[in-house]
Design a protein around this ligand. Structure first.
Ligand SMILES: [Zn+2]
Length: 139
């Protein structure tokens, strides 16, 4: 069943080749390597696939998207805390190791501040290879 309707006289403002059709599209969005899927109403281009979303379209889906991102950020902070404890580092030592301010890890772990990808990547590696921490510690 095709329930889409052509949005009257509307050429896609993105590719200028397609026609916009209003329907609910199942979309997948990526946030920090995690995929979030939802049904997004909007005016969708039949050529390039891009969508034009009005205020109601965004209001229908934005709370779930923001909640998903918040959950991912929270899990990120919890993962950092778990790895730091596994490495037997204090928050101050972890901050010194990654070049952050002395309260950086406390703020990362509470989800107040998003760490740089380099910090997350370093801790992911140290989680798999904790013995490498010895090479990083100042002699
Ligand atoms: Zn288009």
């Amino acid at each position: 069943m095709n329930t889409s309707i052509i949005v009257a006289d509307t050429i896609c403002p993105i590719c200028f080749q397609g026609v916009l059709r209003r329907y609910v599209k199942h979309v997948a969005m990526d946030y920090k390597g995690r995929v979030f899927e939802q049904d997004q109403p909007g005016d969708w281009c039949d050529k390039c696939g891009e969508g034009i979303l009005n205020g109601d379209d965004l209001q229908a889906t934005e709370p779930a998207w923001l909640a998903f991102r918040e959950e991912v950020d929270k899990e990120e902070g919890q993962a950092l805390a778990r790895i730091r404890r596994k490495l037997r580092l204090t928050q101050a030592e972890a901050a010194k190791l990654t070049g952050g301010g002395k309260n950086a890890f406390s703020r990362y772990e509470r989800g107040e501040v998003h760490p740089m990808p380099a910090v997350l990547n370093l801790f992911k590696l140290l989680d798999k290879h904790p013995e490498l921490l010895d090479d990083l510690k100042v002699q």
